[in-house]
Design a protein around this ligand. Structure first.
Ligand SMILES: *Cc1c(COP(=O)(O)O)cnc(C)c1O
Length: 463
């Protein structure tokens, strides 16, 4: 371990910066990345923080806003990750910061289960009104995405009196014990952490790029296989819920083949199975709709949300059919912090901001520009096997040229190149061979284009 005091002497301390959209929207390299202050910070971190908590780009953040993140060395990086699809409205968005400050000054916590308050109800009303379907709905609030998914499973089991849960290949639903069972990928999410919760069954996902029968047949064939598996090996009458991300997130931004979601919804309805959409990564305008189910006209019975809901504050929800949600006995759902008043104030401000600034339409428009660039990169590079996603949730899948063999090493090299050049990018995918793009919906188009120029450079440098 290096002594912090022995680390390279940092230059003059960076002046404290107000974050938010007033930060200069530029990429600026003041030092190498990570610079001396960030490196010293990481020595300190190594001695204090458990090694199991990783960081993709080890800088020390001091401010962020709009489409940039500023570090302790004075570098200004273009943000193509949004803290994993969380700050859709940008970091420290002024109306969100104001709502948080005002709520914190009024009261920070009473526990909704003890003495309730208006913000919680207002968030539930917004969710009930904005999620797909015009049936009567109810919502319940939690702290994290995983907690929302766990509660969706609790509710589905209670409401149906059945126990089996069906999930997909390549699925990601969280890191708690039940959600590890629901998640597909072993390393790093599950390895060494079992045993896992029982009565969880995995069925084929319509992954067009890798479907043996070809992309066109992926939706129909995968749905037929999934349904056959449920019928013959699980028993449809035992299944409480089919749980699916309408576009898979950690799995690599897989947009299910055409017809897959619709066929599953129909099968669920015929057999009294609840269709649960995990929109934790896809929600709140990310894909160019409020919720990704809207692209295919899908109306889930239950929907889980989190990430983009509250401008960066921890909040999550389950929203669904009133009769399903209300099936649970009083006291059966809750948690000390669930629907914390400060997080609820942030959510109300976030939802208003998405509406006020037309950010759903903006995600669709900028998503078109993003797709044009990614398609051009793919046309010039036979190591890009697939370009996919919707709105500002898109990705490229890297393979060895002329094959579909995953090239995770090149993804690592591309990320290292963009990080060193001041652009925050993320990987994804079961095989770790996907570069995903999740810029804030408020990012300036010039800044997005500049970030993609750097990605193109990284691809050229690693070809
Ligand atoms: C991130 C994510 C989760 C887990 O959310 P946490 O807040 O990290 O617990 C669950 N489902 C999906 C689709 C996600 O992207």
């Amino acid at each position: 371990m290096t002594d912090v005091a022995a680390s390279p002497a940092p230059s003059a301390p960076a002046a404290p910066l107000p974050g938010g959209p007033s930060l200069p929207q530029v990429r600026r390299l003041a030092t190498e990345i990570p610079g001396p202050r960030s490196r010293a910070f990481h020595e300190r971190r190594r001695a204090a923080v458990a090694a199991g908590v990783g960081s993709g780009l080890p800088i020390e953040v001091v401010a962020a806003g709009g489409g940039v993140i500023v570090d302790a060395d004075g570098n200004s990086l273009i943000d193509l990750g949004s803290g994993i699809a969380v700050v859709n409205v940008g970091n420290a968005a002024a109306p969100v910061a104001r709502a948080v400050a005002e709520q914190a000054a009024a009261f920070t916590h009473t526990c909704f289960m003890v003495t309730p308050y208006e913000g919680y109800v207002a968030v539930c009303e917004q969710l009930n009104a904005r999620t797909p379907g015009d049936h009567e709905k109810r919502s319940a609030l939690f702290n994290s995405g995983a907690e929302a998914v766990e509660n969706a499973v609790k509710i589905a089991r209670h409401a149906t009196g059945r126990s089996a849960i069906v999930v997909m290949d390549h699925a990601y639903h969280g890191r708690t014990n039940l959600t590890m069972a629901l998640t597909a990928k072993s390393m790093p999410y599950k390895a060494g952490f079992g045993p896992f919760a029982p009565d969880v069954y995995r069925v084929p996902m319509a992954y067009p790029y890798r479907w043996p029968g070809g992309a066109e047949r992926a939706g129909a064939e995968a749905a037929a296989q999934a349904i056959d598996h449920i019928r013959t090996e699980i028993g449809a009458e035992r299944v409480a819920a089919v749980l699916i991300e309408p576009i898979q997130g950690e799995g690599g931004f897989i947009v299910p083949g055409e017809g897959y979601l619709g066929a599953l919804v129909e099968f669920c309805h015929e057999h009294g199975i609840l269709f649960v959409a995990d929109e934790i990564q896809t929600g709140f305008g990310r894909t160019g709709r409020w919720f990704a189910c809207e692209h295919e006209g899908i109306v889930p019975d239950l929907i889980t949300t989190a990430k983009g809901i509250a401008g960066g504050l921890p909040l999550a929800a389950v929203t669904g059919r009133a009769e399903v949600m209300d099936a649970v006995h009083v006291g059966g759902l809750g948690g000390t912090y669930g629907g914390n008043p400060v997080a609820c104030a942030a959510a109300i401000a976030t939802i208003e901001l998405i509406e006020r600034d037309g950010l759903v339409g903006r995600a669709e428009r900028l998503g078109g520009a993003l797709r044009t660039r990614l398609d051009a990169m793919a046309a010039a590079d036979d190591g890009i096997g697939d370009v996919r996603g919707r709105g500002l949730m898109q990705a490229i899948e890297l393979v060895r040229p002329g094959t579909t063999e995953p090239d995770a090493d090149r993804v690592k090299a591309v990320l290292a190149h963009t990080h060193a050049a001041g652009v925050v990018t993320l990987s994804a995918g079961t095989y770790g061979n996907v570069v995903r793009f999740l810029p804030p919906l408020v990012i300036g188009e010039d800044l997005l284009q500049e970030g993609l120029d750097v990605v193109a450079d990284a691809l050229a440098a690693t070809r």
